[in-house]
Design a binder for this molecule. Structure first.
Ligand code: 5GP
Ligand code: ZN
Length: 113
């Protein structure tokens, strides 16, 4: 979608710090990290939210979560990790291209939750 920030990141029109990429998905650091290593995983096809995902797209996203989680653990040595997805403004969604947040946790005072 032409006015979607995340589609622009996929197309390379907006720069991002890539964490992982394959044919179907892209993972990159959040521009405003709530904790060190805060990463977003997105499908390369524009889907607004979880309601629009097909089983294949959901599989493409979730099958790379363990590998990315392990990479974040290795890189940042967190003691926990949240995986979070907001759908709809009422749930806190601000970018309307589906994304799964991976938020490494470092204990009390890490800035999140
Ligand atoms: P939401 O609030 O929709 O669940 O999460 C959207 C996330 O996208 C936010 O955490 C926000 O910081 C991040 N974000 C918004 N614009 C950009 C951008 O241009 N680049 C990157 N890397 N992250 C972005
Ligand atoms: Zn998009």
């Amino acid at each position: 979608m032409s006015d979607c920030i995340f589609c622009k990141i996929i197309n390379g029109d907006i720069p991002s710090t890539k964490v992982f990429e394959n044919e179907h998905v892209l993972a990159f650091l959040d521009i405003s990290q709530v904790t060190k290593g805060h990463t977003l995983i997105i499908p390369k096809i524009h889907k607004e939210n979880v309601y629009e995902l097909t089983p294949d797209i959901a599989k493409n996203i979730f099958e790379v979560v363990p590998e990315i989680a392990r990479a974040l653990k290795k890189a940042f040595n967190p003691i926990g990790l949240n995986t979070i997805n907001n759908n709809g403004e009422a749930a806190g969604q601000s970018v309307f291209h589906y994304h799964l947040h991976l938020i490494p946790r470092y204990g009390e005072g890490d800035g999140f939750g």
